[in-house]
Design a protein around this ligand. Structure first.
Ligand SMILES: [Zn+2]
Length: 364
């Protein structure tokens, strides 16, 4: 079986990178730029972005992202593009804006530059876009022809986003090493379509080590408005290390359990990475991981304000049959639970979630 590793062609990270977008587009010599941007970013940074393109000598057409990242919207944008002039697509904003830009670039056959303005998940570096229907229901995963051409993370911008979003990104990144480790043990086929590579596994490990070393300090710095080295390390861990680590290292029980939890109305308000944090602890319970590892993960979550109990997920009064239904959903056919190195039943997941909850309630 072959191994496959995907990564963006270029990953750029630094403070004030928003001001250099025009230069990066000029370097691509691709023609005019078409940017899909979050309305909030337009209102606060619109002038900055426009002057960056003026300085780079690249014409810029802007479109504010509204509604859903849906196939209908993507199709509409592609049909409006002046393909004889536009040579590069940009996405500047949160997950749905970036996914829209990815999908537009895919269907228009153009390169894409992604500028995440939050570090709340590890999706920006992946070659997958999640499409929804206009009413918000999940539609499908769209596999792109290739990984994003350029990902630009402006640490100054990301540090100004609400601290809960950075913490959620740390929760999403927390699972990456443990899921890649499970896939390596089982020989699972990863999201990249092959076996996990040494490269992806090493980045997943570096991701975990970075979170443990710098996570707490980074959150404190962001609260104080400082863009420190620790903040930069966590941005890299959340976006790049975790991004390559999950896509080419593989997903397993943590994301499977996350997916199961999404059926519960009671935890709709909990962010992706927050659910993944609890689900990581539950995966370790399934694996009967050593106490030292449980303590490290539970302690990390507690320090970062990530949920480690059912109550913190909004599930304090959950009926056993509802939790069992989520456990069943986490073992759905074709989902990442199959990547575990042993058979996992819904009953096992149910017991692991209760064990994680008990462990989460303990101090230390
Ligand atoms: Zn995730």
């Amino acid at each position: 079986m072959r191994q496959i590793t995907y990564a963006p062609s270029k990953y750029i990270q630094g403070e004030g990178e928003l001001d250099r977008l025009g230069t990066y587009c000029a370097q691509m010599e691709a023609g005019e730029a078409y940017a899909i941007i979050d309305p909030y970013i337009v209102s606060v940074y619109g002038e900055e972005i426009r002057s960056s393109f003026a300085a780079g000598g690249v014409a810029l057409e802007e479109r504010e992202f509204q509604g859903e990242c849906s196939f209908a919207q993507v199709e509409e944008i592609v049909s409006e593009l002046y393909l004889e002039r536009v040579g590069v697509i940009l996405g500047i904003g949160g997950g749905k804006t970036l996914d829209t830009a990815k999908a537009v670039s895919h269907y228009a056959g153009l390169p894409v530059i992604l500028v995440p303005t939050v570090a709340s998940t590890d999706a920006p570096c992946s070659r997958v876009a999640v499409l929804y229907f206009e009413d918000g229901r999940f539609d499908r995963y769209l596999s792109l022809r290739r990984s994003p051409d350029v990902v630009v993370a402006d640490t100054g911008l990301i540090a100004k986003a609400p601290v809960r979003l950075l913490a959620a990104g740390m929760g999403d990144a927390l699972s990456t090493y443990f899921e890649a480790r499970a896939c390596r043990e089982s020989g699972a086929v990863t999201e990249a379509g092959g076996l996990g590579s040494i490269a992806a596994f090493s980045l997943a490990r570096a991701c975990y080590d970075t979170l443990i070393t710098d996570g707490a300090a980074a959150l404190e710095d962001v609260r104080q408005g400082r863009v420190s080295d620790q903040v930069a390390h966590i941005v890299e861990a959340n976006i790049y290390l975790s991004g390559i680590g999950f896509e080419s290292g593989g997903l397993a029980a943590a994301h499977a359990i996350h997916n199961g939890l999404t059926i519960l109305e009671e935890c709709r308000h909990i962010l992706h990475g927050e659910k993944v944090a609890f689900a990581t602890l539950a995966q370790l319970m399934l694996e009967q991981a050593p106490e030292e590892e449980l303590a490290a993960v539970a302690g990390f979550c507690r320090e970062a304000g990530l949920p480690v109990t059912l109550a913190q997920l909004g599930l304090a009064d959950i009926a056993p049959e509802q939790l069992l239904a989520a456990a069943e959903a986490s073992c759905a056919e074709g989902g990442p639970m199959k990547n575990m190195p042993f058979t996992v039943t819904p009953q096992d997941v149910y017991a692991a979630m209760l064990a994680a909850d008990r462990r989460g309630q303990q101090a230390g």
